[in-house]
Structures are given as C-alpha cells and as structure tokens.
Ligand binder design. Structure first.
Ligand code: VG1
Ligand code: CO
Length: 583
C-alpha cells in the first residue's frame, strides 16, 4: 500500500472568498492563484464539526468544467491530510448537482459507508474554460447546500487562515477508471472510490416516476422530443434516462457530450442562450426549421436547472412549478399520497400561491437560493418547490433537479394523454398550460438582467429604491406621472425571511413594490456573478379575467415595464438602455 505524509503549509488569507447564493464562484485565473483553492477547502474543513471530517466519507465531483480535474486531485490530497476516511468521486469527476445530493443521501458503499457531505465543483450556469468561471460549494449530510450559519463560518475562516494540510506525496488518482484506490496515512487508511456517475441517480428517479408509463409516451408516433444539455453534465444522465431507459431516439439529444468549456457557450437554459433548442422548437427567428418536436427541454452546466418548451411555446419557470404542483398527485407515483406543502423563492411569480390556495396546501415564500428550501423539506413541510430562475425540484433530494423536472413534465403529458396516444392529436404542452391558466388565472411574468454593471452604480440604484419606499404617496405620484393605467403601490419593503424551522433571519433579500391589483416589481443584486454586479428586475402581473389570459406577454407587461424602468431610473444609474438578458 502507498503510504503518505501530511504536510502543514503556511498560507495567508484572501479577502474575496465569501460564498454567494450558491458557493464561491470566480474566474479560473483567481482559483489558479497559489493557495486560493486550498484556503477555501481548509476553511470549509474548519467550519465543519470534527466528526464530519475525521473518519468521514465525502463526495467530490462536479459538472466537469475546466480546472475541475486539478481541483479534484487537490481536494483528495487535502481530505487525506485532514483525516477524512474516504472520498467518493464520480467517474471522470462528473456528477450533476442533483446527483451529488442523491449520492450523499442514498449511496451506500460496499463496506456500508455513507457520506456526510461533499464538495460540488461547478459555477453552474456561468460559462467555463481557462478564461471563464470555476466554482466550489459544500453540501451537508442532508444533501443540501450548507446553510448560512456554515457559509458565514467558512468566510470568517478564510479571513484568518494561516495554514492548511495536504498529503503532497499522495499520487494522483486516475478518476477516469471506476475502482478503489487505497492508501495508508499515519492516522489510518484512506480510500478513493471512483464510481459510475449515473447509477445512483437513475435508481432514485425510477423510485419516483413510473418509467413504464412514460415509455408509452415515447412509443407514440405522435410524440417527439428534444433535449439540450448545453454541453453540461446533464448529457450523461439524458443519455441514460431518455435514450436507454425511456426509448427516446438518439437524435433527440443535442449537446449531450460534456465539455470543459461548454463548447464556448453560456450553459444557461433560457431563450437567449439555449439557441439551438429554441430554433428547433420553432421559437427562433428562422422559420425554415421544419415541424418542431412536441416537447423540448434544456439544462444548465450542472443540470440542476431546466427550461420547458412546447411546440412554439415557452413555459415560464414560475408556471412550470405551479403546473407540476397542480398535477403531481395524479401523475407522479412519488406524490400519490398527497403533497406536504409547496414553496417558492420570493421573486418567483405567485402562480404557485394560487395552486396552494385551491388545493389547500401549506405554502412558503423563501429568499432566493436553494438552501432555504432544505429546512422546510427536512421538517416535512414541503414536497415541491421552485424558483423563477429555471429551478424546480422536490423533497427527493435537497437541490433543484433539471432532469427530475423533465420527468415530471413527461409524466404529466403522459397522464393527460392516457387513452389518447394513438388519437388524432396529443394534448400538447401549450394545451396543458392554457388549461391551467383557465382554472387558476395567469401570471404574466418577465425578468430583466443587467449583467456586469459597475458595482458602485448598482449599489446606488438599490439604495435609491430603498429610500423611495419611505413615502408611498410620493411613489404613487411618480407612477401616475409615468402611466395612469397602472395600479397603485400599496406596500413596499425589503424582503426579510424568518426560517419557520430554525428561527434564523435573513435580511435584505430583495426590494419589493407590491401593487393593489397583485402586480409586483422586485429588484435584487445577483449573488452568483464573478465580476461587477448584476441587477435583476422581476416584473409580474396577475390576470384572472378569462378574456385577458391569452395576450402576448410582452404587450401585457409593457405598462409595468415602463414604470419599473422609469421609477428605478435604471438607465440613469447604469448607463444601460436595455438589459443584457430578458427571460
Ligand atoms: C441565481 C438565481 C437563483 C439560483 C442561483 C443558483 O442566483 O437567481 O434563483 O438559486 O442563481 O442557481 P442570483 O443570486 O445570481 O440571482 V445555479 O443553477 O447557478 O446554482
Ligand atoms: Co445550476
């Protein structure tokens, strides 16, 4: 057996290692600085209780982006030096974010071992490559992102760190081959177990959905499908599940081979970045693409996000989670006995609220970022949850889950077409959404992102919006001067959340303007960017007059958009006449 020694390395703090909405994300050139990754990893070990490090089993994997392979070898050597008993690595270092969550919760090693946490190596929807982003975050024993109490400790440690521990002479482990490598340290044995990346996740999905039932949908000549992994890690799961298990045609997968730089693209599943899929679905400018598939979907780099499309039809993520919640009990075996409750992030539209009210379900509104859903789920209060940012999921794990969302939609489409698979025409994605609006009303919704804005200017804009909130009469006077056909602001605040389970309070979670007719304007600064600031503006308007639910979304929202831009003096503060991305 190869023996290794532990070295204690002197280091000094970096001042920019504060974890954001979902871990630490920086340019690769920043992570490449000597000791940068090491400091963060050691600070994480110091933030965990000793039993979660010494003798523990940790998962280390990610979306395979550039720098992951180097990072995995470094983390393995540091884990060994810090007394970790074994590290589990997905083959080639690949595991989607939801798969890491599933592996932490479900996987049992050959010797009966269970993981108590793991490092996920991804910057998610941010681009990858030598000049782009890398990211790292720690997930806990429940499979969910570390709560703020832990990420605050990690950050505090990064500001005082003086040394880290590493087994420098431990040989690199070949992570391309499945198998166990055993080493000996002065504190005892240390193993690295490389395992097949999809098995545990596929098993979990099979326990949630009725694969045989969904398979019948794929057998119908009327049903056509397209899935775009945007060169992210979702491709390996799509291949296993959609093609090998459910019988989708190989040609229905696009960009499903993971690449370190996501093919130079932006692995963010929205109408702007998922260009190829958008064109195939008949939503692009080019009308010569032929008959689009019935159902299309895309994932982000680490496959926790999803975009759902019908033929020439876009489903907003806020509608998607509401529709899944409304149909889950009938369509998905895992939910057959009922839903414990539902939850959404604050900026997500209130479409889910309406479903919760109709079905008499517990309902929660939490700050942006998946970590807030975990406590509710651990306490048995929430079954299904979602965010407007293309994140949807359930209590089967503690991360959002892109492939799960597609399987949920496939289940609903199959259910709505029970007995109709050989009929004239399938009940389409668009039909399902329109039927939903007819019952629950429609939430017109859009989000404007102003990326890479000067950080000072962004702060000033936010401060201005907070200051404005002190006088609603003044706000309403300004609005009246902009558009007289927009309703009145009746409440304005900064969103603050008290966790109903542990009582912790999160402040400054977004600036809200709430209107008399249920419309909302929300302003937030992104916590996932790696340079400058990104301002997000969320615009929402509720309509339950059935004669008005079929309007073009852009037309319906135009007055409110005008109010949002002028009220916030967006162009004045940022110098931008248009957002970078509209979703
Ligand atoms: C964004 C989204 C948020 C999501 C987060 C992580 O955060 O708005 O809803 O949870 O990304 O998603 P922010 O702070 O930039 O608005 V992922 O798929 O990048 O881990
Ligand atoms: Co992601």
């Amino acid at each position: 057996m190869v023996m290794f020694k532990v070295s204690c390395k002197q280091t000094s703090p970096f001042d920019d290692q504060k974890p954001g909405t979902s871990g630490l994300r920086k340019k690769v050139s920043v992570f490449n600085q000597p000791n940068y990754l090491e400091n963060f990893v050691q600070s994480t070990f110091y933030a965990l209780s000793a039993d979660k490090v010494k003798g523990a089993t940790l998962v280390v994997s990610g979306d395979g982006r550039y720098f992951s392979k180097d990072a995995i070898q470094i983390i393995i050597k540091m884990a060994a030096a810090n007394g970790v008993r074994r590290v589990w690595v997905g083959q080639n270092g690949l595991l989607s974010t939801p798969a890491v969550s599933a592996v932490i919760r479900e996987r049992v090693g050959a010797d009966g071992s269970k993981a108590t946490g793991g490092f996920i190596l991804t910057a998610s929807h941010n681009p990858g490559g030598p000049h782009e982003d890398f990211g790292i975050k720690y997930n806990m024993e429940n499979g969910g992102p570390a709560p703020e109490a832990i990420t605050d400790k990690i950050y505090a440690n990064t500001k005082t760190i003086k040394e880290y521990f590493i087994a420098e002479d431990l040989p690199d482990v070949d992570i391309s081959i499945v198998g166990l490598s055993s080493f000996g340290g002065h504190e005892g044995p240390f193993d690295v177990d490389v395992f097949e990346s999809t098995t545990d996740y596929v098993k979990l999905m099979k326990s949630i959905f009725d694969f045989e039932f969904i398979k019948k949908l794929f057998e119908s000549p009327k049903f056509t499908f397209c899935y775009d992994a945007l060169h992210g890690v979702g491709g390996i799961y799509a291949q296993r599940i959609f093609v090998e298990e459910l019988g989708a045609h190989q040609s229905s997968l696009i960009n499903c081979v993971p690449k370190e730089d996501f093919g130079g693209g932006h692995p963010d599943p929205n109408l702007t970045y998922a260009k190829e899929l958008v064109a195939r679905m008949g939503l692009g400018k080019d009308n010569s693409v032929g008959e689009p598939p019935e159902f299309g979907a895309a994932a982000d780099g680490d496959a926790d996000r999803n975009m759902i499309l019908g033929k020439r039809f876009f489903v907003t993520p806020s509608d998607s989670v509401a529709i899944i919640a409304a149909n889950a009990v009938q369509s998905i075996p895992y939910f057959a006995s009922g839903l414990k409750g539902v939850a959404r992030s604050m900026p997500t539209s209130a479409a889910l609220d309406v479903v919760a009210k109709h079905l008499n379900l517990k309902f929660f509104e939490v700050p942006t970022g998946w970590k807030f859903f975990g406590n509710l789920m651990d306490a048995g209060l929430c079954s299904i949850c979602g965010e407007e940012s293309f994140g949807t999921g359930s209590d089967h794990i503690r991360e959002k889950d892109g492939i799960w969302a597609v399987l949920a939609w496939l289940s609903i489409i199959a259910f709505k077409n029970k007995g109709n698979l050989n009929g004239e025409k399938l009940v389409s994605v668009e039909d399902i959404v329109r039927q939903h609006w007819a019952v629950y009303g429609r939430h017109y919704y859009t989000r404007f992102d102003y990326e890479n804005v000067d950080a000072g200017a962004a702060k000033e804009l936010m401060a201005y919006l907070v200051k404005l909130q002190s006088s609603l009469p003044d706000v309403n006077k300004i609005i009246e001067g902009i558009r007289s056909d927009v309703s009145k602001v009746v409440e304005a605040d900064e969103f603050e959340y008290k966790d109903p389970v542990d009582g912790s309070i999160s402040k400054h979670q977004g600036i809200r303007y709430l209107f008399e007719d249920g419309s909302r304007l929300v302003f937030r600064l992104s916590g996932t960017g790696s340079v400058g600031a990104t301002i997000r503006l969320y615009i929402e308007q509720y309509e339950n007059d059935s004669s008005k639910i079929g309007r073009d979304s852009q037309d319906a929202l135009a007055p409110l958009v005008e109010v949002a831009l002028k009220l916030s003096k967006m162009q004045e503060f940022t110098g931008r006449s248009a957002p970078t991305v509209i979703t």
